[in-house]
Design a protein around this ligand. Structure first.
Ligand SMILES: [Cu+2]
Length: 462
């Protein structure tokens, strides 16, 4: 059984929120119980699937709070394995970040952990397991976390669309359980054979012609990069990874959504009554297929609305001053068809063949997986530029915990805030981070099999 073994004694921040034995009283409304459940993931006629869920549903229930409000959830672990929850994209207090082995100990079966944090930023976020996440997220441990603006744009419906895929044996309906299969780890990652939205194989959302919808897309898949297109819908992208764009951008082309990324769209239904609008995805066979169908029923009266205003900006999102920024370099190596010769793993220099023998395939800046020392020690408030050189033949969705960052273009222009960015082979990538959140923060590939087999490191902001 492959376990994401980030844990080394000494990593765990001392004294943070120790476990309590599971209380004997009844569940409170704030419980979030990780447990097995049976759901109909595969199309009707196929067997039900045993999943690992939050509170019995897949995905977990949408948590909605107002901007600046507290989120309090008691994780109750009713699974047979340790677990923890990461609140993806929330600029959170480090002790609440949910990374087993770095910010807390994994919560053993039968135990609980109290998460309690403020959601400073409005936008579309999500929560998911961060203990052996390659397996636990694939089995269903994720859900949406929506932080609402005090002054939200006027829309007829506000919908969360959690895109995912699952690797299921069609005969039994159960997950294939070879989560650390070397072929998947060393190539593009674990791809599902069943693709869906909000836990449904074919999600349908009836809509009126002329209606304005806010669609909050979340890619919860382990490794799949979704390539998407609108049909019978026309509109704008208004936020990436939760953070508002300075101005809405018309959706003209394909939308690329890497694992863990989010995009908020505001779209008008342009398809007439009786037709079906859709979010389409490009499949591996180069065919466009329906990801979400919007059967158009009825028509909204009234004139077409104007272009929406930008979402209100989140706090502390000013452009960083790069003039005195320190530059850091990170070379990514490894994987099938890669050029990784040697790298450090568990304190030893090892050749690629030996690393493969350990189930490890990737390195970041010469290091495979977690090290005792961080990749970088940053002073709180410092701005750094991180140059990422992808010497592999695969794309990687790099996610920084605790802080958003901006892409630095070749001409020095800064892109929108993101928490996860897709690195393309041989394409130079540079990001700028304002290290304004103290703590130990993971930086890892969100192709979760890659994270498990080498592409996980951390920075320390003090
Ligand atoms: Cu990767």
């Amino acid at each position: 059984m492959g376990r994401l073994n980030l844990t080394r004694r000494g990593f765990c921040a001392g004294g943070v929120a120790a476990f309590s034995v599971r209380p004997t009283w009844a569940a409170t409304p704030d419980d979030l119980t990780a447990r097995k459940a049976r759901v109909q993931l595969a199309p009707d006629g196929y067997p039900m699937t045993e999943v690992w869920s939050y509170d019995g549903t897949l995905p977990g229930r949408t948590i909605r709070v107002g901007q600046g409000e507290r989120v309090t959830r008691r994780l109750v672990n009713d699974l047979d394995v340790p677990t923890s929850i990461h609140w993806h994209g929330i600029r959170i207090d480090n002790a609440m970040d949910g990374v087993a082995g770095l910010t807390q100990d994994a919560v053993p079966p039968g135990h609980t952990f109290d998460y309690d944090f403020v959601a400073p930023d409005a936008g579309t976020y999500w929560y998911h397991a961060h203990t052996n996440s390659m397996e636990q997220v694939a089995r269903g441990l994720s859900g949406p976390l929506i932080v609402e603006e005090a002054d939200a744009p006027e829309v007829d419906a506000d919908e969360v669309l959690m895109l995912d895929d699952w690797l299921i044996d069609p005969d039994s309906g159960q997950f294939f359980d070879d989560f650390d299969q070397p072929m998947a780890l060393s190539h593009a990652g674990r791809m599902g054979n069943l693709i869906g939205t909000n836990g449904q194989y074919q999600l349908e959302m009836p809509a009126q012609s002329g209606a304005r919808l806010r669609l909050r897309l979340i890619n919860a898949a382990n490794a799949r990069i979704f390539v998407l297109r609108l049909q019978g819908l026309s509109g704008w992208s208004v936020a990436l990874d939760g953070m508002p764009l300075a101005a809405p951008e018309p959706v003209m082309d394909e939308i690329i959504l890497a694992p863990a990324q989010r995009i908020d769209l505001i779209v008008d239904v342009t398809a007439p009554e009786g037709e079906t609008a859709a979010l389409l995805r490009l499949d591996d066979d180069d065919q466009w297929r329906g990801q979400v169908a919007f059967p158009v029923q009825g028509a909204r009266s009234g004139p077409r609305r104007d272009r929406p205003a930008a979402l209100p900006p989140n706090p502390n999102t000013a452009l960083p001053d790069l003039t005195a920024a320190r530059s850091l370099d990170m070379v990514m190596e490894g994987g099938a068809m890669g050029r990784l010769a040697t790298a450090r793993y568990k304190g030893r220099d090892m050749g690629f063949r030996d690393l493969v023998g350990q189930g490890q395939f990737w390195s970041l800046a010469g290091q495979v997986g977690m090290s005792d020392e961080p990749f970088a020690e940053l002073e709180r408030g410092e701005v750094v530029r991180l140059r990422i050189e992808n010497r592999t033949v695969f794309a990687h969705a790099m996610h920084l915990h605790g802080m958003h960052f901006r892409k630095v273009a070749a001409d020095g222009a800064l892109g929108p805030l993101r928490d996860t960015i897709l690195s393309i082979p041989e394409e130079p990538l540079e990001i700028a981070v304002s290290a304004d959140n103290p703590g130990k923060w993971l930086f890892h590939c969100h192709m979760l099999g890659h994270a498990r087999s080498g592409m996980t490191t951390w920075i320390d902001v003090t």
